[in-house]
Design a protein around this ligand. Structure first.
Ligand SMILES: *Cc1c(COP(=O)(O)O)cnc(C)c1O
Length: 362
Protein backbone atom coordinates (compact mmCIF):
# COMPACT_ATOMS: atom_id res chain seq x y z
CA UNK A 1 0.00 0.00 0.00
CA UNK A 2 1.24 3.44 -0.82
CA UNK A 3 -0.02 6.95 -0.22
CA UNK A 4 -0.33 9.60 -2.93
CA UNK A 5 3.05 11.10 -3.81
CA UNK A 6 3.41 14.81 -4.66
CA UNK A 7 5.15 15.87 -7.86
CA UNK A 8 8.96 16.02 -7.90
CA UNK A 9 10.39 19.02 -6.06
CA UNK A 10 7.34 19.72 -3.88
CA UNK A 11 8.85 18.08 -0.79
CA UNK A 12 12.04 20.14 -1.25
CA UNK A 13 10.01 23.27 -0.47
CA UNK A 14 10.46 24.86 2.92
CA UNK A 15 7.07 26.42 3.60
CA UNK A 16 7.10 30.23 3.84
CA UNK A 17 7.37 31.49 7.40
CA UNK A 18 5.73 34.85 7.95
CA UNK A 19 6.71 37.33 10.64
CA UNK A 20 5.64 36.30 14.13
CA UNK A 21 2.44 37.92 15.35
CA UNK A 22 2.16 36.89 19.02
CA UNK A 23 4.16 37.16 22.21
CA UNK A 24 2.85 34.87 24.92
CA UNK A 25 0.92 36.74 27.57
CA UNK A 26 1.49 40.20 26.09
CA UNK A 27 -1.51 42.27 25.04
CA UNK A 28 -0.21 45.30 23.11
CA UNK A 29 2.37 43.77 20.84
CA UNK A 30 4.12 46.05 18.40
CA UNK A 31 4.13 43.77 15.36
CA UNK A 32 7.06 45.08 13.36
CA UNK A 33 7.79 41.76 11.67
CA UNK A 34 5.91 42.01 8.35
CA UNK A 35 6.24 45.60 6.99
CA UNK A 36 2.46 45.97 7.07
CA UNK A 37 2.21 49.75 7.18
CA UNK A 38 2.52 51.72 10.41
CA UNK A 39 -0.81 53.55 10.14
CA UNK A 40 -3.01 50.71 8.90
CA UNK A 41 -5.55 51.09 6.11
CA UNK A 42 -7.30 54.25 4.90
CA UNK A 43 -10.55 54.94 6.82
CA UNK A 44 -12.25 55.16 3.42
CA UNK A 45 -10.98 51.69 2.51
CA UNK A 46 -12.31 50.32 5.80
CA UNK A 47 -15.73 51.88 5.14
CA UNK A 48 -15.82 50.44 1.61
CA UNK A 49 -14.91 47.03 3.00
CA UNK A 50 -17.74 47.20 5.52
CA UNK A 51 -20.24 48.27 2.89
CA UNK A 52 -19.60 45.03 0.98
CA UNK A 53 -21.10 43.09 3.92
CA UNK A 54 -24.61 43.80 2.60
CA UNK A 55 -23.78 41.93 -0.64
CA UNK A 56 -21.79 38.97 0.61
CA UNK A 57 -23.81 36.56 -1.49
CA UNK A 58 -22.72 38.21 -4.76
CA UNK A 59 -19.74 36.97 -6.70
CA UNK A 60 -17.14 39.68 -7.27
CA UNK A 61 -16.46 41.22 -10.68
CA UNK A 62 -14.15 38.58 -12.17
CA UNK A 63 -12.30 41.20 -14.17
CA UNK A 64 -11.74 43.66 -11.27
CA UNK A 65 -12.78 46.34 -13.75
CA UNK A 66 -13.37 49.30 -11.43
CA UNK A 67 -10.17 48.57 -9.57
CA UNK A 68 -8.10 48.32 -12.75
CA UNK A 69 -9.61 51.59 -13.97
CA UNK A 70 -8.73 53.26 -10.66
CA UNK A 71 -5.18 51.88 -10.84
CA UNK A 72 -4.85 53.10 -14.40
CA UNK A 73 -5.99 56.61 -13.42
CA UNK A 74 -3.80 56.78 -10.35
CA UNK A 75 -0.57 55.51 -11.92
CA UNK A 76 -1.10 56.59 -15.54
CA UNK A 77 -1.24 53.03 -16.91
CA UNK A 78 -3.36 51.17 -19.47
CA UNK A 79 -6.02 49.32 -17.41
CA UNK A 80 -6.29 46.62 -20.11
CA UNK A 81 -2.77 45.50 -19.22
CA UNK A 82 -3.30 45.44 -15.47
CA UNK A 83 -4.08 42.08 -13.85
CA UNK A 84 -5.20 41.94 -10.21
CA UNK A 85 -4.50 39.08 -7.87
CA UNK A 86 -4.99 37.76 -4.34
CA UNK A 87 -1.83 39.52 -3.22
CA UNK A 88 1.12 40.00 -5.52
CA UNK A 89 2.18 36.58 -4.21
CA UNK A 90 -0.54 35.04 -6.37
CA UNK A 91 0.71 36.89 -9.44
CA UNK A 92 4.33 35.85 -8.75
CA UNK A 93 3.04 32.28 -8.57
CA UNK A 94 0.97 32.52 -11.76
CA UNK A 95 3.86 34.07 -13.69
CA UNK A 96 6.17 31.28 -12.56
CA UNK A 97 3.55 28.64 -13.38
CA UNK A 98 3.01 30.10 -16.85
CA UNK A 99 6.62 30.60 -17.87
CA UNK A 100 8.81 28.06 -16.02
CA UNK A 101 8.65 24.32 -15.44
CA UNK A 102 10.82 21.22 -15.08
CA UNK A 103 14.28 21.74 -16.57
CA UNK A 104 13.95 25.55 -16.47
CA UNK A 105 15.81 27.95 -14.19
CA UNK A 106 14.32 30.82 -12.22
CA UNK A 107 17.01 33.35 -11.37
CA UNK A 108 16.93 35.86 -8.51
CA UNK A 109 19.40 37.80 -6.33
CA UNK A 110 21.10 36.22 -3.31
CA UNK A 111 18.81 37.84 -0.70
CA UNK A 112 15.75 37.82 -2.94
CA UNK A 113 12.23 37.46 -1.55
CA UNK A 114 11.52 33.92 -0.29
CA UNK A 115 8.53 33.35 -2.56
CA UNK A 116 10.65 33.28 -5.75
CA UNK A 117 12.39 29.96 -5.00
CA UNK A 118 9.21 28.56 -3.43
CA UNK A 119 7.16 29.14 -6.59
CA UNK A 120 10.03 27.89 -8.76
CA UNK A 121 9.98 24.58 -6.87
CA UNK A 122 6.16 24.43 -6.84
CA UNK A 123 6.38 24.38 -10.63
CA UNK A 124 9.26 21.92 -10.83
CA UNK A 125 11.72 24.58 -11.99
CA UNK A 126 15.18 25.09 -10.49
CA UNK A 127 15.77 28.22 -8.39
CA UNK A 128 19.18 29.83 -9.03
CA UNK A 129 20.70 32.61 -6.92
CA UNK A 130 23.15 35.27 -8.13
CA UNK A 131 25.42 36.98 -5.58
CA UNK A 132 24.75 40.52 -4.35
CA UNK A 133 27.25 43.24 -3.48
CA UNK A 134 26.87 45.13 -0.19
CA UNK A 135 23.40 43.59 0.21
CA UNK A 136 22.41 45.22 -3.07
CA UNK A 137 21.30 43.63 -6.35
CA UNK A 138 24.32 43.22 -8.65
CA UNK A 139 23.19 43.43 -12.29
CA UNK A 140 26.44 41.99 -13.66
CA UNK A 141 26.21 38.99 -11.33
CA UNK A 142 22.62 38.34 -12.42
CA UNK A 143 23.60 38.56 -16.09
CA UNK A 144 26.57 36.25 -15.49
CA UNK A 145 24.26 33.65 -13.91
CA UNK A 146 21.98 33.43 -16.94
CA UNK A 147 22.10 30.08 -18.78
CA UNK A 148 20.28 28.56 -21.74
CA UNK A 149 17.76 27.29 -19.21
CA UNK A 150 16.92 30.65 -17.61
CA UNK A 151 13.25 31.51 -18.15
CA UNK A 152 12.46 34.14 -15.50
CA UNK A 153 14.47 36.69 -13.52
CA UNK A 154 12.78 38.02 -10.37
CA UNK A 155 14.00 40.86 -8.22
CA UNK A 156 12.41 43.31 -5.80
CA UNK A 157 13.23 47.02 -5.96
CA UNK A 158 13.52 48.13 -3.21
CA UNK A 159 14.45 44.68 -2.00
CA UNK A 160 13.11 42.72 0.95
CA UNK A 161 14.71 41.96 3.45
CA UNK A 162 17.64 44.28 2.70
CA UNK A 163 15.75 47.52 1.94
CA UNK A 164 18.29 48.48 -0.74
CA UNK A 165 17.44 49.65 -4.27
CA UNK A 166 19.03 50.00 -7.68
CA UNK A 167 18.42 53.00 -9.95
CA UNK A 168 16.27 52.84 -13.10
CA UNK A 169 19.39 52.94 -15.27
CA UNK A 170 20.60 49.69 -13.68
CA UNK A 171 17.23 48.00 -14.14
CA UNK A 172 17.32 49.00 -17.80
CA UNK A 173 20.86 47.63 -18.10
CA UNK A 174 19.58 44.35 -16.65
CA UNK A 175 16.72 44.19 -19.15
CA UNK A 176 18.99 45.09 -22.06
CA UNK A 177 21.47 42.38 -21.04
CA UNK A 178 18.87 39.59 -20.84
CA UNK A 179 17.77 37.56 -23.83
CA UNK A 180 14.39 38.85 -25.07
CA UNK A 181 12.75 35.49 -24.33
CA UNK A 182 13.58 35.77 -20.61
CA UNK A 183 10.74 37.21 -18.53
CA UNK A 184 11.95 39.95 -16.15
CA UNK A 185 9.66 40.48 -13.15
CA UNK A 186 10.25 43.71 -11.26
CA UNK A 187 8.65 43.29 -7.84
CA UNK A 188 7.93 46.86 -6.79
CA UNK A 189 6.14 46.02 -3.54
CA UNK A 190 7.84 48.93 -1.72
CA UNK A 191 8.04 51.38 -4.63
CA UNK A 192 5.62 53.89 -3.09
CA UNK A 193 8.11 54.58 -0.29
CA UNK A 194 10.89 55.68 -2.65
CA UNK A 195 11.24 59.39 -3.32
CA UNK A 196 14.58 59.47 -5.18
CA UNK A 197 14.33 60.69 -8.75
CA UNK A 198 16.79 58.11 -10.15
CA UNK A 199 14.27 55.40 -9.19
CA UNK A 200 11.41 53.92 -11.21
CA UNK A 201 8.95 51.14 -10.33
CA UNK A 202 9.47 49.86 -13.89
CA UNK A 203 6.34 50.68 -15.93
CA UNK A 204 8.40 52.20 -18.77
CA UNK A 205 10.25 48.90 -19.24
CA UNK A 206 6.91 47.07 -19.38
CA UNK A 207 5.81 49.46 -22.13
CA UNK A 208 9.09 49.11 -24.01
CA UNK A 209 8.72 45.45 -24.96
CA UNK A 210 7.00 42.10 -24.61
CA UNK A 211 8.98 40.61 -21.76
CA UNK A 212 8.88 42.69 -18.57
CA UNK A 213 6.25 42.70 -15.80
CA UNK A 214 5.93 45.03 -12.79
CA UNK A 215 4.25 43.62 -9.65
CA UNK A 216 2.70 45.87 -7.00
CA UNK A 217 0.78 45.31 -3.77
CA UNK A 218 -1.79 46.85 -1.42
CA UNK A 219 -0.12 45.08 1.52
CA UNK A 220 2.60 47.61 2.27
CA UNK A 221 2.00 51.39 2.02
CA UNK A 222 -1.76 50.84 1.64
CA UNK A 223 -1.84 48.72 4.81
CA UNK A 224 -4.31 46.11 3.51
CA UNK A 225 -2.38 42.85 3.91
CA UNK A 226 -5.39 41.12 5.44
CA UNK A 227 -7.41 41.54 2.25
CA UNK A 228 -4.83 39.94 -0.10
CA UNK A 229 -4.68 42.37 -2.98
CA UNK A 230 -1.92 42.84 -5.51
CA UNK A 231 -1.66 43.75 -9.18
CA UNK A 232 0.71 43.67 -12.06
CA UNK A 233 1.29 45.72 -15.20
CA UNK A 234 2.26 43.58 -18.14
CA UNK A 235 2.58 43.49 -21.92
CA UNK A 236 -0.75 42.56 -23.55
CA UNK A 237 0.42 39.03 -24.38
CA UNK A 238 1.41 38.31 -20.77
CA UNK A 239 -1.74 39.90 -19.31
CA UNK A 240 -3.67 37.58 -21.64
CA UNK A 241 -1.78 34.54 -20.31
CA UNK A 242 -2.44 35.54 -16.68
CA UNK A 243 -6.14 36.03 -17.41
CA UNK A 244 -6.29 32.49 -18.80
CA UNK A 245 -4.59 30.80 -15.84
CA UNK A 246 -5.94 32.76 -12.88
CA UNK A 247 -9.04 31.64 -11.01
CA UNK A 248 -12.12 33.39 -12.42
CA UNK A 249 -12.90 35.22 -9.15
CA UNK A 250 -9.42 35.50 -7.69
CA UNK A 251 -9.94 38.91 -6.08
CA UNK A 252 -12.72 39.24 -3.50
CA UNK A 253 -15.40 41.92 -3.74
CA UNK A 254 -14.17 43.35 -0.42
CA UNK A 255 -10.63 43.66 -1.73
CA UNK A 256 -11.78 45.33 -4.94
CA UNK A 257 -13.99 47.85 -3.14
CA UNK A 258 -11.39 48.67 -0.50
CA UNK A 259 -8.70 48.94 -3.17
CA UNK A 260 -10.64 51.55 -5.14
CA UNK A 261 -11.33 53.56 -1.97
CA UNK A 262 -7.69 53.35 -0.87
CA UNK A 263 -6.51 54.68 -4.24
CA UNK A 264 -8.93 57.60 -4.00
CA UNK A 265 -7.77 58.53 -0.49
CA UNK A 266 -4.64 60.35 -1.58
CA UNK A 267 -4.53 62.37 1.65
CA UNK A 268 -4.13 59.19 3.71
CA UNK A 269 -1.53 57.88 1.29
CA UNK A 270 0.45 61.13 1.66
CA UNK A 271 0.21 60.82 5.45
CA UNK A 272 1.63 57.27 5.33
CA UNK A 273 4.48 58.35 3.08
CA UNK A 274 5.29 61.39 5.25
CA UNK A 275 5.22 59.16 8.35
CA UNK A 276 7.75 56.80 6.81
CA UNK A 277 9.90 59.68 5.57
CA UNK A 278 10.10 61.00 9.11
CA UNK A 279 10.46 57.83 11.17
CA UNK A 280 12.73 55.74 8.94
CA UNK A 281 15.65 58.21 9.30
CA UNK A 282 14.78 58.76 12.96
CA UNK A 283 14.99 55.02 13.69
CA UNK A 284 18.13 54.67 11.57
CA UNK A 285 19.93 57.46 13.45
CA UNK A 286 18.89 56.25 16.90
CA UNK A 287 19.93 52.67 16.17
CA UNK A 288 23.24 53.74 14.63
CA UNK A 289 23.87 55.91 17.68
CA UNK A 290 23.78 52.68 19.72
CA UNK A 291 26.74 51.43 17.68
CA UNK A 292 24.73 49.04 15.49
CA UNK A 293 25.03 48.92 11.74
CA UNK A 294 21.88 49.66 9.74
CA UNK A 295 21.67 48.97 5.99
CA UNK A 296 20.46 52.21 4.31
CA UNK A 297 16.78 51.54 3.54
CA UNK A 298 14.49 52.83 0.82
CA UNK A 299 11.45 50.91 2.12
CA UNK A 300 9.38 50.87 5.34
CA UNK A 301 11.75 48.67 7.32
CA UNK A 302 15.36 48.53 8.45
CA UNK A 303 17.85 45.70 8.34
CA UNK A 304 19.86 45.98 11.57
CA UNK A 305 23.11 44.07 12.04
CA UNK A 306 24.39 42.62 15.32
CA UNK A 307 27.67 41.11 16.51
CA UNK A 308 27.86 37.40 15.70
CA UNK A 309 25.45 35.33 17.80
CA UNK A 310 23.72 38.34 19.42
CA UNK A 311 20.40 38.17 17.55
CA UNK A 312 18.61 36.08 20.23
CA UNK A 313 19.66 38.59 22.92
CA UNK A 314 18.44 41.51 20.83
CA UNK A 315 15.14 39.74 20.10
CA UNK A 316 14.68 39.03 23.81
CA UNK A 317 15.35 42.67 24.74
CA UNK A 318 12.85 43.82 22.10
CA UNK A 319 10.32 41.28 23.37
CA UNK A 320 10.65 42.87 26.83
CA UNK A 321 9.24 46.00 25.15
CA UNK A 322 6.56 43.83 23.50
CA UNK A 323 8.20 44.42 20.11
CA UNK A 324 8.18 41.61 17.54
CA UNK A 325 10.64 41.79 14.66
CA UNK A 326 11.67 39.48 11.83
CA UNK A 327 14.61 37.12 12.09
CA UNK A 328 16.18 36.71 8.64
CA UNK A 329 18.48 33.70 9.12
CA UNK A 330 16.39 31.96 6.46
CA UNK A 331 17.69 34.58 4.01
CA UNK A 332 21.29 33.80 4.94
CA UNK A 333 21.45 36.76 7.36
CA UNK A 334 21.72 35.07 10.78
CA UNK A 335 23.16 38.15 12.50
CA UNK A 336 20.54 40.64 11.38
CA UNK A 337 16.97 41.54 12.23
CA UNK A 338 14.45 43.21 9.96
CA UNK A 339 12.41 45.85 11.79
CA UNK A 340 9.37 47.55 10.24
CA UNK A 341 8.84 51.25 10.78
CA UNK A 342 5.94 51.50 13.25
CA UNK A 343 3.94 54.23 14.95
CA UNK A 344 5.86 56.80 16.97
CA UNK A 345 5.18 54.88 20.15
CA UNK A 346 6.27 51.57 18.60
CA UNK A 347 9.45 53.12 17.20
CA UNK A 348 10.34 54.46 20.65
CA UNK A 349 9.87 50.96 22.06
CA UNK A 350 12.29 49.62 19.42
CA UNK A 351 14.94 52.09 20.54
CA UNK A 352 14.25 51.31 24.21
CA UNK A 353 14.61 47.58 23.52
CA UNK A 354 17.83 47.93 21.58
CA UNK A 355 19.21 50.31 24.21
CA UNK A 356 18.52 47.70 26.89
CA UNK A 357 20.15 45.04 24.71
CA UNK A 358 23.24 47.24 24.36
CA UNK A 359 23.41 47.91 28.09
CA UNK A 360 23.07 44.19 28.78
CA UNK A 361 25.76 43.36 26.27
CA UNK A 362 28.17 46.00 27.61
C1 LIG B 1 5.27 41.72 0.94
C2 LIG B 1 5.91 41.40 -0.35
C3 LIG B 1 5.21 40.83 -1.41
C4 LIG B 1 3.86 40.20 -1.23
O1 LIG B 1 2.85 41.02 -1.18
P1 LIG B 1 1.35 40.49 -1.16
O2 LIG B 1 0.72 41.42 -2.13
O3 LIG B 1 0.89 40.67 0.24
O4 LIG B 1 1.29 39.08 -1.61
C5 LIG B 1 5.84 40.63 -2.62
N1 LIG B 1 7.13 40.93 -2.77
C6 LIG B 1 7.85 41.46 -1.78
C7 LIG B 1 9.29 41.76 -2.02
C8 LIG B 1 7.28 41.69 -0.54
O5 LIG B 1 8.02 42.15 0.47
Amino acid sequence: MTAPIPRPGILDIKAYQGGRSKLDGVAHVAKLSSNEGALGASPRARAAYQAVAAELHRYPDGGSEALRAALGRRFGLDPARIVCGAGSDELIGLLTHSYAGPGDEVLYPEYGFAMYPIYARVNGATPVKAPETDLTVNVDALLAAVTDKTRIVFFANPANPTGTMIPASEVKRLRDGLRPDILLVIDSAYSEFVTRNDYSPGAELVDAGENTVMCRTFSKIFGMGALRLGWCYAPASIADVLNRVRAPFNVSAAAQAAGVAALEDTAFFDLCLAHNQMWRPWLTERIEALGLEVTPSFANFLLVHFPKGDVPKAEAALAEQAVLVRAVAGYGLPDALRISVGTEEENRRVVAGLTAYKEGAA
